[in-house]
Design a protein around this ligand. Sequence first.
Ligand SMILES: [Zn+2]
Length: 240
Amino acid sequence: MAMMTAGLGTAGAVGLAAGGCAYAAMWPGSRIFGQSLIAPKKPGELALTFDDGPNPAWTPRLLEALAKHEVKATFFMLGSRAEAEVALVRRVAAEGHLIGNHSWSHLNLAVTGAERVREELRRTSETLEQITGAPVKFFRPPFGARRPAVLRIARELGLTPVLWNAMTSDWSEPSADAIVQRLTEKVDRLEQRGWAANIVLHDGGHAETAADRGPSVAAAERLMERYKATRRFVTVEAWG
Ligand SMILES: [Zn+2]
């Protein structure tokens, strides 16, 4: 399978020495721990991805916005949340969105033992597959944290690791304006350099079951309005 990265990894890889591992493991573009899907050289394409759900308070609102704009998105779900929100998971799948694995309980997998990592991933894929009847093919590590063992375990479970190239701290940002402004700067810069944009937003919160994600959902809708005429919205399956 061809993997392409956005070429953002140099800074993370340079100067890696003793003591540098924690930093490199958290660096989204780092390629030293094996390749992960970020985004291809396909200007004009844009993937909206949402992490940490499903969230009974906000995922339904997000689904309405996506339906209104006829956009399909990618949802990296926590297995523990999916198990508690079966009907909502079914709705996400039924509306044509792609569902990926974001682990069971959102541990930092860069510092989690191999057996626990395998169980976090396996149990989540199994739960999602039981709910939707569709195979789970993509995995986003919580916090972007990974190490070679995590990527190997993911691949053994048939999962392609996926990172991102456009992110802001939407989970702590009270203003949709600020989220949109930061993300559009990144998306436009990627476009100028010839890259597709892999945008991460959060419809859930790993520390809170029904986290307030109003600003993130509003920002997603504004991004759809802004880019609808000029970009093609895809799920990460189009690249993987
Ligand atoms: Zn997360």
